[in-house]
Design a protein around this ligand. Structure first.
Ligand code: NAG
Ligand code: NAG
Ligand code: NAG
Ligand code: NAG
Ligand code: NAG
Ligand code: NAG
Length: 286
């Protein structure tokens, strides 16, 4: 057996494993088949209206909100251009998966949709009941916005971010997921939730701390995913992370480190490569 053949086997194992990782991604399904696509602009907002179910958020019910290209859902018109500071001025809430200087003028797209597709509702129901057990939750409406390979305003096309915010409700209980698939730039960006009361907010990261890694942290032990309950006056986090339910202070980088999980995947891969080598070489030849 020649080296070329061995290389091919190892390469094949690599491709199979990469493929498996991609389909297990942290993102909900998105794309042109189901979603609307934002215009190629530098900044701005899209009004999301005609919700089939009102979205309960921090004690109020909302029938519309704004999707800001700057990485936030805003319940107040015209504030997309504010500097990313949580809490911001104002008495209306924001949901900020990644409030930063996004630009899709050069590269990237923002996909969004409201849906009551039963398959999606079933997935959302399953996820929420896993993260918040005991509520017997049954999703009726889901909103998904996906920033897909989006650059910063600097337009460096080799540095792109892919992330998602998901709103899920049954009309009474409501939840938010932040899904971080790939974060290659983060300067000055803020991730968090603000309930419209300056003393009440929840922040994932310190914008000045470039070390905090959104794709490898989590509050539900699933690297890159964060879950929050948002219908009450204050943000509620999954019981798995009960220690961070307080919201009346800045909470920086409180995700459970999941380095071990990543490490396990890496070890698995090495075993498969070794296995591939054993197929190529009989045991006595290695
Ligand atoms: C969706 O359509 C837009 C515009 O036609 C295109 O730029 C983009 O690449 C498409 N997305 C995917 C995932 O194919
Ligand atoms: C929302 O509903 C109003 C009133 O029924 C309608 O005029 C408007 O076109 C709808 N907007 C969208 C985006 O469907
Ligand atoms: C929001 O809607 C729910 C469900 O219809 C209702 O029970 C609740 O009272 C409403 N809350 C407010 C503040 O209007
Ligand atoms: C539901 O979840 C399954 C398993 O993760 C996934 O394969 C499927 O694409 C999801 N369906 C929708 C509509 O999101
Ligand atoms: C904001 O939260 C504080 C602390 O919970 C509370 O005392 C105050 O009444 C709230 N303000 C408003 C406007 O809801
Ligand atoms: C964040 O963690 C992921 C997964 O462990 C890693 O691939 C990535 O390089 C890290 N990003 C930064 C900026 O350190």
């Amino acid at each position: 057996m020649d080296l070329f053949y061995i290389t091919k086997i190892v390469l094949l194992a690599h491709i199979v494993l990469q493929g498996a990782a991609a389909t297990n991604g942290v993102l909900y399904e998105y794309g042109n088949a189901t979603d609307k696509l934002s215009q190629k602009v530098n900044f701005g907002e899209v009004e999301i209206t005609n919700l089939t179910v009102k979205f309960p958020l921090f004690g109020k019910n909302y029938s519309s909100f704004y999707l800001c290209l700057e990485g936030i859902l805003d319940f107040n018109r015209g504030n997309c251009f504010a500097s990313p500071v949580i809490p911001r001025d104002g008495s209306l809430p924001i949901i900020a998966p990644f409030w930063g200087d996004f630009s899709i003028a050069l590269s990237g797209d923002i996909y969004y949709r409201q849906s009551n597709d039963p398959r999606l509702l079933a997935n959302a129901t399953q996820d929420i009941n896993k993260y918040f057990p005991g509520l017997r939750f049954s999703a009726q409406w889901v909103f998904i916005a996906t920033w897909d390979k989006v650059t910063s305003i600097l337009g460096i096309v080799t540095q792109v971010n892919t992330l998602q915010v998901v709103l899920i409700t049954d009309g009474t209980l409501s939840f938010v997921l932040f899904n971080y698939a790939d974060i290659q730039w983060s300067h000055g960006a803020a991730a968090g939730l603000y309930n419209g009361n300056a003393s009440e907010y929840y922040q994932l990261n310190n914008p000045r701390d470039s070390v905090f890694n959104l794709t490898s942290s989590s509050n539900i032990n699933y690297p890159g995913r964060w879950a929050f309950r948002v219908d009450k006056l204050q943000v509620e986090v999954p019981t798995i992370q009960q220690t961070t339910t307080t919201m009346s202070q800045v909470i920086y980088g409180n995700g459970t480190p999941t380095g071990n999980i990543q490490g396990t995947f890496a070890t698995c891969k090495i075993y498969v490569y070794i296995f591939a080598l054993y197929i190529v070489f009989p045991l006595n030849l290695i």
